[in-house]
Design a protein around this ligand. Structure first.
Ligand SMILES: Cc1ncc(COP(=O)(O)O)c(C=O)c1O
Length: 393
């Protein structure tokens, strides 16, 4: 039987998901409506936050989180260089100055000491955006302390379903002002495209909702203009009070999300089984290290990615050659990530120097993400292990 190609990540969509979407297509609401509200409630409840605000994608979620926090021109924000460019772009969209930090060797995320040092040197810092890399939250209470009264926006796009060190769910904002999620198909749950911000702060939640909808305020009690006071309570009236966007999630996406979130724990349990199997088998290979493989970290990670650190020099083969051979064998791999400081836009934006990011550079040189998604069978996982064993021996 011909084996289907195994990508590094893949959505799992079943008949219940499809039925939920079809029901919505037959309903009165296609764009933001009651399904979005239900999805927001389910997400807020799952992560233990007071509010969840759903938006069009994770990038929009990062952008509205920065806007809600009041990040603007003359503000300074700190972002780790080992992330998808969207994390770095968000404060830049707001006109702020964005600085990149190197990562910690173990967690591959921002180290609390880095945050502490940066803030000591730049007390005017407005916000810190830690990334739960590959799904693992690390040093969250320490980063909260180091940031003191600055805004902390967690990029939890890899981490839905994961936990902080103390067992509280990521997204409950125990150590942050807001947490951002993505529901892109390779992420822990999907809505096609989609994203959300969770927060325990009523004012941030209000601003998030306003910024996702053009900066429009419909509540007469919050109108600020004379015209608004004169028009209350006219049912057609609204005020645009800030420069917002159309970042709304559709009810079609939310119906899928609502169905998916009921399976989040099962998805994560299956990801964990596969990751533990890989840890046991791939950890023994020469020229390979496995980051974030501590069993306690595995057990609380959102497990978006499974990564290997391969010493390609010692292996005598380039990453390009290895990826091509794996592709021929039917195995998709990916590199997460090209560090942000290497991107041409950011090279000219921040005058970043490669030598300032030695840990991220080491990670970038050897990293390879291999297939990890809930619908992988035991045979799929065994096939990945055997192919890697042949290829890397
Ligand atoms: C760490 C991180 N942040 C932000 C995003 C942006 O999410 P989206 O693709 O939903 O816009 C991604 C998506 O790949 C991501 O991996």
């Amino acid at each position: 039987m011909k084996r289907t190609f195994l990508g590094y990540g893949r959505q799992e969509v079943d008949d219940a998901d499809i039925a939920a979407v079809i029901d919505t297509l037959k309903s009165d609401f296609l764009t933001q409506g009651p399904a979005v509200e239900r999805f927001e409630s389910a997400l807020a409840e799952r992560v233990g936050a007071r509010h969840a605000v759903a938006v069009a994608n994770g990038t929009a979620a990062l952008h509205v989180a920065c806007l809600a926090a009041g990040i603007g021109p003359r503000d300074l924000a700190l972002v780790p260089t080992m992330t998808f460019v969207a994390t770095a772009n968000a404060p830049v969209y707001c006109g702020a100055t964005m600085r990149l930090a190197d990562i910690d060797t173990g967690s591959r995320s921002l180290a609390p000491a880095t945050v502490e040092r940066f803030i000591a040197e730049n007390p005017e810092t407005k916000a810190v955006l830690p990334v739960h890399f590959a799904g693992l939250a690390s040093g969250s209470p320490e980063i909260r302390n180091a940031a003191t009264n600055r805004i902390v926006i967690e990029d939890g796009c890899h981490a839905l379903g994961g936990e902080y060190e103390d067992g509280q769910p990521i997204g409950g904002c125990a150590y942050s002002d807001m947490t951002v999620f993505s529901f892109h198909p390779v992420k822990p749950i999907t809505t096609g495209e989609g994203g959300a911000v969770t927060t325990n702060d009523d004012a941030f939640a209000h601003r998030l909702r306003m910024f996702r909808n053009h900066g429009i305020e419909r509540d007469p009690d919050r109108w600020i203009s004379d015209e608004g006071s004169n028009e209350a309570p006219s049912p057609w009236f609204y005020e645009q009070q800030a420069l917002g966007f159309n970042y709304r999630m559709t009810d079609i996406q939310a119906a899928l999300g609502l169905s998916q979130i009921s399976k989040l724990d099962a998805f994560r349990a299956r990801r964990l089984e596969i990751a533990q199997y890989y840890d046991a088998r791939l950890g023994k290979l020469d020229n390979v290290d496995i980051p974030q493989a501590d069993p306690k970290e595995r057990a609380r990670s959102g497990l978006h990615l499974y990564q290997l650190d391969i010493d390609f020099d010692a292996l005598g083969r380039t990453r390009t050659q290895v990826m091509a051979d794996l592709k021929k064998a039917g195995i998709g791999t990916q590199v997460h990530y090209i560090p942000v400081h290497r991107q041409p836009f950011y090279k000219s934006y921040g005058k970043f120097e490669v030598r300032d990011f030695p840990v991220a550079e080491r990670h970038y040189a050897g990293t390879l993400s291999i297939p990890l998604f809930p619908s992988m069978t035991d045979e799929d996982a065994e096939f990945v292990v055997e192919t890697f064993t042949d290829l890397l021996s």
